[in-house]
Design a protein around this ligand. Structure first.
Ligand code: NAP
Length: 280
């Protein structure tokens, strides 16, 4: 049976290489989003996914530098370990303790973190963050990026986590105003609620009871597989507004694109590519 014709990208000696390192490979929508953005913006580059075992992360970075890979997104489980192998780490990534983007600049590997700005941009489309009372559920790596960004924008952040001791450490470290266990949600006034726990990732669970959600709040879930999580469905049923994790992912990818190309990203094209790519 004849296969449908596909558009053939012209790859030449001048074509630049970008990519993402992760392990295990699984699904990632980053190649789809970035290749779509390159095509839209007329940038002669390709973006690939590389399954890099943790034992080979250093080798991968040495190779990236030698081959002139222009930008590498860094996904799980490498976001913290990669810091040790870089020439320079930007202040935000140093404070968060995680790098999700390595860009080659004048032969130097420069690490930054675009997760925080992705989350902030997704929220700022809907709410003024300065002075807003924001609850962050979770105290892992993504929570650190969120709390950094929210505090940077002047929000009053409370961190609630299954293990409250971790929430307290994070709050003290990054300047949140409060910390506690997840059950504190019911008695903590807020305008914005962000889930950064992994609860809801490929399951139909929510980190908090539906009854604890406020009708007049804005709820964002960083989980994007599935895009419509149980938490977001519960929030809408309660009358709250919602933002899906897709938007954090798209905005952080847009920031990576801007970081390397110096140009604004074609956001709608990247969002459509996310939709078409499926998987996680
Ligand atoms: P992590 O560092 O492993 O942290 C996981 C967090 O989830 C911890 O706070 C943990 O609580 C909590 N948790 C796990 N299982 C739980 C349960 N059954 N009940 C209550 N809390 C539970 O993970 P991460 O790297 O921050 O990633 C978290 C999520 O963010 C993932 O789903 C990831 O896909 C997503 N993410 C999305 C984007 C985006 O652009 N949209 C970007 C980055 C990450 P304890 O401290 O008590 O263990």
């Amino acid at each position: 049976m004849a296969r449908p014709k596909q558009e053939v990208r012209r790859i030449s000696a001048r074509t630049e290489l970008c990519g993402i390192v992760l392990h295990p490979a699984g699904h990632t929508r980053s190649p789809a989003m970035h290749n779509a953005a390159f095509a839209e913006a007329g940038i002669d580059a390709v973006y690939l996914a590389f399954d890099v075992h943790p034992d080979q992360l250093e080798d991968a970075l040495v190779a990236a530098r030698a081959l002139g890979v222009r930008q590498l997104a860094v996904s799980l489980p490498h976001k913290e370990a990669v810091l040790a192998h870089l020439d320079e780490v930007e202040t935000c990534a140093r404070a968060i303790g995680a790098v999700n983007t390595v860009t080659l600049r004048d032969g130097r590997l420069v690490g930054t973190n675009t997760d925080w700005i992705g989350a902030v941009h997704a929220l700022e489309r809907n709410v003024e963050l300065a002075g807003a009372r924001v609850i962050v559920l979770g105290a892992g790596g993504t929570a650190r990026a969120l709390v950094y960004g929210l505090v940077e924008r002047g929000a009053l952040v409370t961190v609630l986590n299954r293990t409250p001791e971790r929430a307290q450490v994070l709050a003290d470290d990054l300047g949140a105003v409060g910390a506690g266990p997840l059950r504190d949600l019911a008695q903590t006034p807020h305008e914005v609620l962000v889930n950064t726990t992994s609860v809801g990732l490929r399951t139909d669970d929510s980190p908090v009871p539906a009854a604890d959600l406020l009708a007049e709040s804005l709820v964002m879930d960083v989980v994007y597989d599935p895009e419509e999580t149980r938490l977001l469905r519960d929030a809408r049923t309660r009358g709250a507004s919602t933002i899906t994790g897709k938007w954090m992912l798209v905005y952080q990818a847009a920031e990576q694109f801007r970081d390397w190309t110096g140009r604004e990203a074609p956001l709608d094209v990247m969002a459509s590519a996310f939709d078409e790519a499926g998987g996680s």
